[in-house]
Design a protein around this ligand. Structure first.
Ligand code: HXC
Length: 258
């Protein structure tokens, strides 16, 4: 499928999706979000893909929703079309792991898109922010919700109320990102992490993703029960038998996703 606002390629069982609207700092317009949700859906269905890496350019991950496009709309327009509802839902339903590799600015919807991935690896030049307040709006796809759960109320309030940016060191300190790497190493590091995940059993990988996400969607008690039952259900897989046998036989496991 040929896209105009993103570049999607597959390398070593990893789908690498690049946001590519340099003239608009990768702003998320309607076309880009349609193409992105399509590319995610394709990667999720494609047997040759085991992990997804989402990135932008070195200077900008994404500068947020497209302000020029949004500025033309009124309340009834955005409410009626449920702006950002369906396409974002599609991204949230992807079952394969998604790593966001963030270099440069991840602002507004860009920061929110990064937070929608399963984890973020960022470059030393990364800057995260929820500057929607400067436009007279609030964040629309997780900037007041996911960010608060990830970095706590104090920093989420600070960022959403003042619109200030968080640099890579603060993002790592606050738990927003899992690793910070030198800027030129970002893609190699994210691809290496993705290839590491691709070596695991795809069944176990899905179960891990579902279990960790439960921590954000349920009470601790329900989450722990979900985790324990998922752990139990892994004993119905051939990959559990293989994984444990390989450990005892001091060899690498040969997972078959069964
Ligand atoms: C539309 C954008 C844009 C955006 C940049 N551009 N961000 N167009 N929507 N979000 C356009 C500019 O208008 C300009 O177009 C060109 O890209 C280059 O932008 P500059 O500002 O000159 O580039 P630079 O100096 O490199 O600064 C980069 C930047 C800055 C720091 C990222 O562009 C910026 O602050 N952008 C806006 C960030 C923001 O407010 N994001 C929140 C959006 S609201 P021309 O035509 O002049 O060359 C949002 C709501 C989320 O995300 C709701 C759910 C998705």
């Amino acid at each position: 499928m040929a896209y105009e606002t993103i570049i999607a390629e597959i390398e070593d069982e990893v789908a690498l999706i690049r946001l590519n609207r340099p003239e608009a700092r990768n702003a998320l317009n309607d076309q880009l979000l349609s193409e992105l949700s399509e590319a995610f859906r394709d990667a999720d269905r494609n047997d040759k893909v085991r992990c997804i890496v989402l990135t932008g350019s070195e200077k900008v991950f994404a500068a947020g929703a497209d302000i020029k496009e949004m500025s033309q709309k009124g309340f009834v327009d955005v409410y009626d079309e449920d702006l950002f509802g369906e396409k974002i839902e599609t991204i949230q339903r992807i079952r394969k792991p998604i790593i966001a590799a963030v270099s440069g600015y991840a602002l507004g919807g860009g920061c929110e898109l990064a937070m929608m991935s399963d984890f973020i690896i960022c470059a030393e030049n990364a800057k995260f922010g929820q500057p929607e307040i400067n436009l007279g709006v609030v964040a629309g796809i997780g900037g007041t919700q996911r960010l608060t759960r990830f970095v706590g109320k104090a920093k989420a309030m600070d960022m959403n109320l003042t619109g200030r940016f968080m640099d890579a060191a603060e993002a790592e300190r606050s738990g927003l990102v899992s690793r910070v790497v030198p800027t030129p190493k970002l893609i190699p590091e994210a691809m290496a992490a993705a290839r590491k995940i691709a070596e695991k059993s795809a069944v176990t990988v899905k179960a891990v993703k579902e279990s960790v996400n439960r921590a954000y969607e349920t009470t601790l008690r329900e989450g722990l029960l979900f985790e324990r039952r998922t752990f139990h259900s892994m004993f119905a897989t051939e990959d559990q038998t293989e994984g444990m046998a390989a450990f005892m036989e001091k060899r690498e496991p040969q997972f078959r996703d069964k």
